[in-house]
Design a protein around this ligand. Structure first.
Ligand code: C2E
Ligand code: MG
Ligand code: MG
Ligand code: MG
Length: 295
């Protein structure tokens, strides 16, 4: 409360206590603590990658996975990305973390391919990574190091990040595309897309944000938005992935609209690599000829 904050400010000998706000100060020191422990976490490799299946609507087959990072914190347990990615994005921490994520995802992808499992792996990029001079070299190196066909790696950029600085994004995406990696726009419909920019971007996929999928069967507006997005994507030569598919009815609805792929709790939550392999085996989609591949 304000009185006690002022009291503390005065007690601390400050004259400008009108600027002293306890909650702000708590946030600032918590952020600082988080930044410090993020630095340690990178050094101590406390991050883990989970993988969420992407299912083809026509065949029901697994065609890809999205990589979602978690922080295995020694005291706090498994910390979700929304709690630390924004902090990491405030500095070049995200560049180091992003590089580790890219490396680890590609290492896993090459193990799966060695085991005969044909998959596409999609990795999320942050705004700062996209603006970083190192990104092209990082992607080129990691593809070479793990002997990947670059088309097996997909990079996701949110619509708002892509449009924030569209000229720059366009240049970067063109260079990434030259390396052969595939490109997707994430959370489509939640930002402000300029269609003239969208048209110029060398994309493969749009991902419909889960907020439009949630009530797709009952809300005609959401159904209309999904239908329009799918038709826009197809007319631009792009494929569509729907996020946040939780029910069979949503899956069927999206399939009927021509959406190629779906991702969501209906199939699986994001899983550690070994659990994903067990999930694939249980569906009978693990190649029989090869031994199980463990990380
Ligand atoms: P996103 O890329 O849009 O990822 C989808 C999020 O939706 C994931 O949350 C996933 O767990 C969640 N989700 C998947 N299926 C369902 C469903 O059926 N229902 C509901 N309600 N949710 C579902 P998560 O893992 O907490 O990640 C949140 C966001 O954090 C991601 O959103 C992405 O923007 C960011 N993020 C995650 N991993 C990374 C990363 O490696 N790098 C960067 N830069 N950002 C990341
Ligand atoms: Mg994503
Ligand atoms: Mg998304
Ligand atoms: Mg989303």
């Amino acid at each position: 409360n304000v009185d006690s904050a002022m009291y503390h400010a005065k007690a601390a000998g400050r004259n400008n206590y009108q600027f002293f706000d306890r909650s702000m100060s708590a946030n600032a020191s918590e952020r600082l603590a988080l930044q410090t422990s993020l630095h340690q976490a990178i050094a101590q490799q406390q991050f883990v990658l989970h993988y969420q299946p992407q299912i083809e609507t026509g065949s029901g087959r697994l065609v890809g996975v999205e990589v979602l990072v978690r922080w295995q914190h020694p005291e706090r347990g498994l910390v979700p990305p929304n709690k630390f990615i924004p902090i990491a994005e405030e500095s070049d921490l995200i560049i180091r973390l992003g590089e580790w994520i890219l490396q680890e995802a590609c290492r896993q992808l090459s193990l799966w391919h060695a085991g005969g499992l044909e998959l596409r792996v999609a990795v999320n990029l942050s705004a700062r990574q996209l603006r970083s001079k190192n990104l092209l070299r990082q992607v080129k190196d990691v593809v070479l190091k793990h002997n990947l066909q670059p088309g097996q790696l997909e990079l996701e950029i949110t619509e708002s990040v892509a449009m924030e600085d569209a000229d720059n994004t366009l240049r970067m995406l063109a260079q990434l595309r030259e390396l052969g990696v595939e490109l997707a726009i994430d959370d489509f419909g939640t930002g402000y897309s300029s269609l003239s920019h969208l048209k110029l971007m060398p994309l493969h996929r749009l991902k419909i944000d889960r907020s439009f999928v949630k009530d797709i069967e009952t809300d005609p507006d959401d159904a209309a938005i999904c239908a329009a997005t799918i038709s826009l994507a197809h007319n631009l030569g792009l494929s569509v992935v729907a996020e946040g598919v939780e029910t069979e009815a949503q899956f069927a609805f999206l399939g009927n609209l021509g959406c190629e792929c779906a991702q969501g709790f209906l199939f699986s939550k994001p899983l550690p690599a070994a659990e994903l392999e067990a999930w694939i085996r249980a569906r009978g989609q693990m190649p029989q000829s090869s031994p199980p591949v463990m990380p």
